[in-house]
Design a protein around this ligand. Structure first.
Ligand code: ARG
Length: 255
């Protein structure tokens, strides 16, 4: 499915304008209820993925650990990526963990926790395809809608066609099916894709770097403080390092 660029831009603008209803649960509310409501997409391996009925992935396990260290039970909600911050603004859950890059546009609408990993947007293509930003000129590129990949591919001059997909995995499929010359997505996802496709695709240059953070509704300072404290603890007591090693074979924290 293809959505015009304008729609994606409108979504971002609307998001920034959408006023918070002021109903966001404070830390005291959440603590009292004993359960925190967390939203993710569930279609972004290896970060957040719904396998049958099981929600798993680096971010899902990390958030479960953070909630546990805060003494809370977790209720997970899955939403299409493009709806996640809108749902947060309407207070349908307490926070979002879905690999959101911390951008000035998003930071106008929501508040970000300290980054929980650092990464970049990379090009993946078939052997002989475009490997650099310059080589994307005249080519078609597949990306997930509402993402920093879309935003950054739009800045590359000469790209013939940017094809957007509601799901990142569908954007990858477009590359595999030859409906796009390249896919731009997360560099760690790209590494997995190359591995899974056994040489049918190769990873090219990084287009940009980004810091990834959890988001709370604008002004929810009490929750943000607790999330940051739990993350800091996890980063220093070895639990983050263990989880990162399990998923990536390396420590993906921001240095
Ligand atoms: N890091 C990119 C961004 O900030 C992509 C995130 C996509 N996340 C997902 N759950 N599909 O836009």
């Amino acid at each position: 499915m293809k959505r015009p660029l304008q729609t994606a831009l409108l979504t971002l603008t609307a998001l920034a304008l959408l006023a918070s209803t002021g109903q966001a649960r404070t830390w005291a509310d959440i603590k009292k209820s004993g359960t925190i409501k967390i939203a993710t997409e569930g279609a972004f391996p290896p970060f957040n993925v719904l396998k049958g009925k099981e929600l798993t992935g680096f971010e899902v396990e990390l958030a479960n650990e953070l909630a546990k260290s805060l003494g809370l039970k977790v209720q997970w909600v899955t939403q299409p990526f493009d709806n996640l911050l809108i749902g947060l603004k309407s207070d349908r859950y307490d926070f979002v963990i879905a690999s959101h890059g911390i951008t000035p546009e998003r930071a106008r609408a929501v508040d970000f926790a300290n980054p929980h990993y650092c990464t970049g947007g990379a090009i993946v293509t078939k052997p002989g395809g475009p490997m650099t930003a310059a080589a994307l000129s005249g080519k078609s590129v597949a990306v997930q809608v509402g993402t920093t990949y879309l935003e950054n591919v739009r800045k590359v001059s000469g790209v013939k066609d940017v094809k957007t997909f509601p799901k990142d995995t569908d954007a990858q499929a477009a590359l595999m099916a030859g409906r796009a010359d390249a896919w731009v997505g997360d560099k760690f996802t790209g590494i997995e894709l190359v591995k899974a496709q056994k040489g049918k695709v190769v990873q090219g240059a990084l287009l940009f770097n980004e810091r990834i953070g959890m988001a709370v509704n604008k002004g929810n300072a009490s929750l943000l403080k607790e999330l940051n404290a739990a993350l800091t603890k996890s980063l220093s007591d070895g639990s983050y390092a263990k989880l990162s090693g399990k998923y990536f074979g390396q420590d993906v924290r921001c240095k």
